[in-house]
Every structure is written in structure tokens, then in C-alpha cells.
Design a protein around this ligand. Structure first.
Ligand SMILES: [Zn+2]
Length: 280
């Protein structure tokens, strides 16, 4: 449902590099021809407690620097989420970080298999779950198990109309976004902070509507696990700061295995996007 890449692929320049105390080169993580190529991926993960205020906070600060399975992850915040500007929510496609971290996002919520809960739990991967209320309304409680593992429920509209940017005006888009805000608050006790457009396409009107609904950012992607394999829009490996798209589909286990292998091969630790952005 979300296979299409956003129409607007304008890349954000690196914003807010602060932490420069990064040393260890991780050549395996850099991909020629990408924005990260000029800055070889580098840096050891610091055993430093930072965000993650309300997750199951056990061992947040205890993961070894080389671990790719650290609960909630450990990192030095080196990026600041751009603010709402002129009423427009920022669009984040990838995080410009030098740290060996990657973000997992899982969309829609159609297939509610206990295997998906088990796989994330076994690997201790937190994820941002962009749910569509019409898709999860039959069993919203299923997703609470992910929350208990530290994942977050985010906004993927009520209707999942992939043509909403062209078919609908501002008010209808706003209503569809707010409907999911309210559903999430009612079911999960937290208003989503992040928005993913159905199909990935966004517009200025959508950015206005997302901001008006209280969302902090629109999150797209440049890598996805799909049909049991990884697809990259740039290069052929995961890069630090990549935001990876998956779906709750029948092939979840195969997609997850593809992501797990890519994440491991790239030496990247899975951390929660909301933790990193400070919007958990
Ligand atoms: Zn979707």
C-alpha cells in the first residue's frame, strides 16, 4: 500500500550536526553516491542514556557499543528536528547522522500476526508503527504488545487514501489526519507525533494539515523491506540514519529477515525514531 516513493524527493541538507566526537570509521556503512558518502559513516555508539523517557527503560544505558540489538538503542543526539515553519510540518526522509543507527517503521496494520510481535521482541527492535485506523479498527488492542516493547503508534490516516493530496482539499485531509490522532489517543493513550502519508506522496497542503493536527513531522523513507528483500533508492546497503519502511503483511517474517540481515551487515543499531527526534 505504501510502495510508492514520495513524489518530492528533495533532500534535506544535513541539519544540526552537534556531536563531533565520533571516531571509528565504519567504511561498510558508507554508500558511494549518497549524501553520506562525503562523510564516511563513523562513530561508536555511546553508552549514554538520552531519550526514551517512558519506554521500558531497562538497560537503556547498558548496551555494548558494538551491539546491534540494544534495547531502545544508545546514541548521542546529533540532530534536531526542524520546527514547524510557516505552518508547514517538516518532511524527513532520512536522518543526517554519523552514528551507526537505523530506524524501523512499519505501516498500515492489516495483518495482525503474533509472529510480528515475537520477532520484534526477540530482536529487541523498537519501531514506529504508522497505523491506519480503518485497517486496525477490528483489533486495535493487538498493537499494544508492540507498545509494551517500546514501539510507538503513529499516524497513517483514517482512510489510507493514496490520492488524498490530489483528490482532497485541506479540510478533508485535516479531518482524515485528525481522525487518526483521536483514534490513537483513545486506543493507545498517546497522540501521535509523526505522520506518514498513504503511498508516500505529500504536498504543501498536506504539510499544513499535518502541522494543524499537532504532528511534528512527515516521515518518508529511502529504503524498504518488501517481498522478502531490501529495496534501496540509493546504493545497495543500509546507511546510518536510514528510515526503513515495512508493512504488516503476510510476508512480515521474510521482510523482517531481509531487514535484519541488512541491518546486521551494515553494523547498524536499531533505535526508536521518536527517541532520536525527542518526540517519544
Ligand atoms: Zn500505507
Amino acid at each position: 500500500m505504501c510502495d510508492d516513493h514520495p513524489a518530492d524527493t528533495s533532500r534535506r541538507a544535513a541539519i544540526g550536526f552537534l556531536g563531533a566526537s565520533l571516531a571509528t570509521a565504519l567504511a561498510a556503512c558508507s554508500t558511494p553516491g549518497t549524501t553520506s558518502a562525503k562523510d564516511p559513516a563513523s562513530g561508536a555508539v555511546r553508552a549514554e542514556s538520552s531519550a526514551g523517557p517512558d519506554g521500558p527503560a531497562t538497560s537503556h544505558a547498558a548496551s555494548p557499543a558494538t551491539s546491534t540489538k540494544g534495547p531502545r538503542g544508545s546514541f548521542v543526539p546529533d540532530y534536531s528536528l526542524p520546527p514547524i515553519q510557516d505552518g508547514l510540518a517538516p518532511v524527513i526522509t532520512r536522518i543526517p547522522t554519523k552514528q551507526p543507527i537505523v530506524f524501523l517503521t512499519i505501516d498500515d496494520g492489516a495483518v495482525k500476526s503474533p509472529d510480528s510481535v515475537r520477532l520484534l521482541a526477540e530482536n529487541d527492535f523498537p519501531a514506529s508503527l504508522f497505523l491506519t485506523s480503518n485497517t486496525v479498527r477490528d483489533n486495535p488492542a493487538f498493537f499494544k504488545a508492540f507498545m509494551e516493547q517500546g514501539s510507538r503508534i503513529e499516524n497513517h490516516t483514517v482512510s489510507h487514501n493514496v490520492n488524498m493530496t490530489t483528490q482532497w482539499g485541506y479540510q478533508r485531509q485535516l479531518d482524515d489526519i485528525i481522525g487518526m490522532q483521536d483514534f490513537a489517543m483513545q486506543q493507545y493513550g498517546r497522540k501521535p507525533a509523526l505522520f506518514r502519508p498513504p503511498g508516500g506522496a505529500y504536498s504543501t497542503t498536506m504539510r499544513q494539515a499535518a502541522a494543524a493536527a499537532g504532528l511534528k513531522a512527515i516521515i518518508t523513507w529511502e529504503a524498504k523491506a518488501n517481498a522478502g528483500r531490501m529495496d534501496y533508492q540509493y546504493g545497495n546497503t543500509l546507511r546510518p540514519g536510514d528510515i526503513v519502511l515495512m508493512h504488516f503483511r503476510p510476508e512480515f517474517a521474510a521482510d523482517f529477515a531481509a531487514f535484519r540481515a541488512a541491518q546486521d551487515a551494515a553494523g547498524l543499531q536499531v533505535v526508536l525514531l521518536e527517541d532520536f527526534l525527542g518526540v517519544a
